[in-house]
Design a protein around this ligand. Structure first.
Ligand SMILES: [Zn+2]
Length: 250
C-alpha cells in the first residue's frame, strides 16, 4: 500500500488499483479490488494501525468484477455499507454476467484471437478469484452530484460510458479525483503500449463515444491528482490528463 495523498492510500496489484480513504479512525474503500486482495488489504490496514473492522463504507466507481471483489465480504464482516450509482446497482447482483443494457461494445474472445498477449488480463483475473466474485446482496444507490456521507466525504461525478453508472469521486479538499475506469493510465489489454491517460477500449466499455464525452466532466474539476482504477496515479491538472486521453487510441 502506498500513500498517495493526505489520508488516501492505494492498494491492489500492478493491474488493478483500489483506494483507502481515511477520516480519523474511520475508513472508506474506493472500489474493492479482487477477492485475492483481501490479504493485501488487511496487511495494508495494519500498517496504518487499522483493520477491516474500521471500513464503514465501500463506494464503487462502477460494478465491474475487478472493482467489487471484496465489497460483499466487507459488508458482511465489517458491516460496511456498499454504495453504487443507481444505474449500476443491478449489475452488482450478477457480477459474472453484466445486464444486457450494460454489455461491452466488443467481444473479448475475438479480441484475444487477434491479440493473444492480452490473454494475461483474463488469466490474472482468474488467478485473483475474479470469476468467483460474490454478488453484493445489499447496496445503497447514489446519484450525480451527491456528497456521500461516508468517511472522506467524496462527491459523485457521473461519467457514464464505461458502464451506464460509472462515476468519479472528487475530493475537493485534497484536489484529487478517483476516476475508476472512466480515465485510466494503463490498459492491460494493450500491454506496454497502453500506458498513459486514456479511456478503456470497447472490449470492456459499454459505450466508448459516451465515455469520451464524459471526459469533459472530469476536465472541469479542480484536481491535480488523478487516481485511476488501472495504472499509476498521475500528478498534474486533471484537464491535462483529459486532453491526452481525448486523443489516445483505445
Ligand atoms: Zn471496468
Amino acid at each position: 500500500m502506498t500513500k498517495v495523498a493526505s489520508d488516501v492510500y492505494r492498494v491492489g496489484d500492478d493491474m488493478v488499483s483500489f483506494y483507502v480513504l481515511a477520516e480519523g479512525a474511520d475508513l472508506t474503500l474506493v472500489d474493492a479490488g479482487l477477492p485475492a486482495h483481501y490479504g493485501r488489504l488487511t496487511a495494508a490496514l495494519e500498517g496504518i494501525g487499522r483493520s477491516v473492522r474500521d471500513v464503514r463504507a465501500v463506494v464503487l466507481t462502477h460494478a465491474h468484477l475487478d472493482h467489487v471483489g471484496l465489497a460483499e465480504r466487507l459488508r458482511r464482516e465489517a458491516g460496511a455499507t456498499v454504495w453504487v450509482h443507481a444505474l449500476d446497482e443491478q449489475a452488482l447482483t450478477t457480477p459474472l454476467r453484466p445486464p444486457a443494457d450494460a454489455k461491452p461494445e466488443a467481444g473479448l474472445g475475438r479480441y484475444l484471437l487477434r491479440h493473444p498477449t492480452a490473454l494475461r488480463v483474463p488469466l490474472h483475473l482468474a488467478r485473483s478469484g475474479a470469476f468467483r466474485t460474490p454478488a453484493v446482496t445489499s447496496a445503497r444507490p447514489f446519484d450525480d452530484g451527491m456528497t456521500l456521507d461516508v468517511p472522506g466525504r467524496p462527491r459523485v461525478i457521473a461519467v457514464p460510458g464505461h458502464t451506464p453508472g460509472s462515476v468519479a469521486f472528487h475530493l475537493p479538499a485534497q484536489a484529487a479525483v478517483f476516476t475508476g475506469d472512466a480515465l485510466v493510465t494503463h490498459d492491460g489489454l494493450l500491454g506496454l503500449t497502453g500506458t498513459g491517460p486514456q479511456i478503456i477500449g470497447p472490449v470492456f466499455t459499454h459505450d466508448t463515444t459516451q465515455a469520451r464525452t464524459s471526459l469533459e466532466e472530469l476536465a472541469s474539476l479542480d484536481a491535480d491528482l488523478v487516481l485511476p482504477g488501472h495504472g499509476d496515479p498521475l500528478r498534474g491538472a486533471v484537464a491535462d490528463a483529459v486532453a491526452l486521453a481525448r486523443h489516445a487510441p483505445c
